[in-house]
Design a protein around this ligand. Structure first.
Ligand code: TPP
Length: 630
């Protein structure tokens, strides 16, 4: 087991400013230590891995050249920022990343002054860095603003909106394109192909080959030529897209070659206006298993660093993502109109099998949630049945498209909303806390929340039978273990199911995942318990029937209380003129930080004991006020 003695440079590093005074051999040694440290640290608890291995040299070079006490460096998405955390005084805590109370999964302004902008969702870095560059200029502050963005994140529309703006401004902005030709899966799209053409460009290659031959006998000159090659390329290559957009384009250069990176960064830092440095890196660099399979090593669990074996979590049944993936394959087999769409989340959304079996009906649209939604709308216009697999947190990006392009035109797009509710280690940026609130106010939309795996499958099927937009929101991980029934049967829309008849006058309405806790409360208090299934349309008939007879009504959901399913119930009661004591249990009005999914549920007061205690307390007080039930 490696210890502090194995990382002497990291141990001595008091502040990132120490890197500025380091000589080149020390920088090399530090990069080597950082990489070894990452392998060891992530192997113990898991975390984002392959992307960070690819940014080791870039981070070392950046922090040697720039002054982090003054300059602003923003890591887009931030999953590749582990070397940044290590080199900015947090290496001893890195093993706690994503765990409860540990380091945040992504850069976080509350965690370190060197995390100058919180990230997690992609494609924000250029906008934020431009804002900082303009802010510095308006306040006469001489500081650099740098955005480091991956080729995957560059596919997000916001990145282009920012380039479009920055290219016309005089402000000093440096964009570093960290190009490893990968998103989580393989890079897709025309931009990805364009970048590949730059790297493999015929002009670039032939110059390089010719030059190499001519200079092979003269090592000193060859080294010099290699450095000036970057400049030459800039001149010889036809104007790049970035040049056309007003950026001074430099590159591509090898992002693992510290000796090339440092002088290029020094030079480019001295230039003015918008600049873009294109660096080529390898995802998983320096750890053979991750280099060989960067998709598998994007965010592994704990692993054995020597053998490269990732320890498997004990599977207690299929995850909801797998239930979705299986359902989509089954549907595609029986219905040629089904089309599956993902904004760059093939693996996470359970679409690997579908992409293999139905490649002609599978679309990875890159990290482009807005486009994904409107693309689905277009397909629906042509009579196809688009199913958009999207995480709750990322659907936030496509909100206007959902309202304006899908719902307003009443187009039958199916939204399979994964990671709805609390997600765990990815923390506050990724919690699916809000989708019920932001969806249930949209006319025409049917919104469902399954309480188990089979209900999820049947709801997805129900969605495809509708002539209007619909969404099924399901959580991360596994459910209670109800095996999905192969046969598909549409559920009656807007109908809940009474799961327990009680006699105490207490009614518990569960919306989705937390039905198990609701049933336990039912047992404790002899309550009536309903699996509501639909948030919209709400089963108002059932609700009003129960409300007319009950003495207290509790709603439970894994969504923000504000505007959530409980609010829908209150609105329906109010509209009917019914006044029933109400308790809404859901995610409180604050961001829930990282931890395991169980930790997050606990932090939100949504673990079973907390739910039971709240109901007990509330119902006890109510009974004391109003006396025993008649
Ligand atoms: C808006 C948004 N959509 C999807 C994701 C999920 N995601 C995290 S990293 C990533 C791939 C990023 O690729 P790239 O920027 O090239 O970085 P690399 O991992 O290749 O270094 C994706 C899709 C996200 N973080 N934000």
């Amino acid at each position: 087991m490696p210890g502090p003695a194995d990382y002497p440079l990291l141990e001595q590093l008091a502040a990132p400013a120490d890197l500025r005074g380091m000589a080149r051999p020390q920088l090399h040694a530090l990069a080597d230590e950082t990489r070894r440290f990452l392998v060891h640290s992530v192997s113990t608890r898991g975390g984002h891995f392959a992307a960070g291995l690819g940014t080791v040299e870039l981070t070392v070079a950046l922090y040697h050249v720039f002054d982090l006490e003054r300059d602003r460096i923003i890591w887009d998405v931030g999953h590749q920022a582990y070397p940044h955390k290590v080199l900015t005084g947090r290496h001893r805590e890195l093993g706690s990343i994503k765990q409860k109370g540990g380091l945040a999964p992504f850069p976080n302004r509350a965690e370190s002054p060197y995390d100058v902008f919180g990230t997690g969702h992609s494609s924000t870095s250029i906008s934020a860095a431009l804002g900082m560059a303009v802010g510095a200029a308006l306040q006469d502050q001489p500081r650099h603003a740098v955005a480091v963005i991956g080729d995957g994140a560059l596919s997000g529309g916001m990145a282009f909106e920012a380039l479009n703006h920055a290219g016309t401004l005089p402000n000093d902005l440096l964009v570093i394109l960290n190009d490893n030709e990968m998103s989580i899966s393989e890079g897709v799209g025309a931009l990805s192909k364009y970048l590949a053409r730059i790297i493999g460009g015929r002009i670039y290659s032939s110059l390089r080959e010719g030059g190499k031959k001519a200079l092979s006998q003269m090592p000193a000159i060859r080294a010099l030529a290699r450095r000036s090659e970057e400049h030459m390329k800039g001149m010889v290559l036809p104007g790049t897209l970035f040049e056309e957009m007003g950026f001074n384009y430099v590159g591509p250069i090898d992002g693992h070659d510290l000796d090339a990176l440092v002088p290029v960064l020094q030079n480019i830092a001295s230039l003015k206006g918008p600049r873009l440095l294109h660096v080529i890196t390898k995802k998983g660099k320096g750890y053979a298993p991750a280099e060989a399979d960067p998709i598998k090593w994007h965010g592994p669990g704990p692993f054995d660093p020597d053998s490269g074996t990732i320890f498997k979590e004990k599977a207690s049944g299929p995850t909801y993502s797998q239930v979705f993936g299986q359902w989509l394959c089954d549907m595609a087999e029986r219905d040629p109109a089904i089309v599956g769409i993902t904004p760059a989340m093939r693996e996470g959304s359970g679409l690997v099998e579908f992409s293999r079996r139905f490649p002609e009906r599978y679309y990875d649209v890159a990290i482009a949630e807005q486009h994904a939604v409107t693309f689905a709308a277009g397909l629906a216009c042509e009579g196809l049945k688009p199913v958009l697999a999207i995480y709750s947190t990322f659907l936030q990006r496509g909100y206007d498209q959902l309202v304006h392009d899908v719902a307003l035109q009443n187009l039958p797009v199916v939204f399979a909303i994964d990671r709805a509710g609390l997600v765990g280690g990815d923390g506050a940026t990724h919690q699916g806390s809000f989708d019920i609130s932001y969806l249930r106010c949209i006319p025409n939309l049917v919104l469902m929340a399954p309480s188990d795996e089979n209900e999820c499958r049947q709801m997805l099927y129900t969605a495809t039978t509708l002539q209007q937009p619909s969404a099924v929101r399901y959580p991360r991980g596994t459910g209670p273990g109800v095996a999905p029934v192969e046969a598909l049967a549409a559920l009656p829309v807007g109908r809940g199911v009474v799961r327990r008849e009680g006699h105490s006058g207490l009614v518990v309405l569960a919306f989705g995942t937390l039905l198990t806790a609701a049933l336990q409360a039912g047992e404790q208090h002899d309550a009536t318990v309903v699996d509501m299934r639909f948030i919209k349309p709400l089963d108002t008939a059932l609700l009003l029937r129960l409300a007319a007879q009950c003495r207290g009504l509790v709603t439970i959901e894994e969504n923000a209380v504000a505007g959530g399913a409980g609010s829908a119930v209150s609105e329906a009661l109010e509209a009917a003129g019914l006044c029933v004591p109400r308790l809404s249990i859901g995610i409180p009005d604050r961001f829930i930080e990282h931890g395991s999914r169980e930790d997050c549920l606990e932090a939100a007061g949504l673990d079973t004991p907390a739910i039971l205690a709240r109901i007990q307390h509330w119902w006890g007080r109510l009974a004391a006020t109003h006396g025993p039930s008649s």
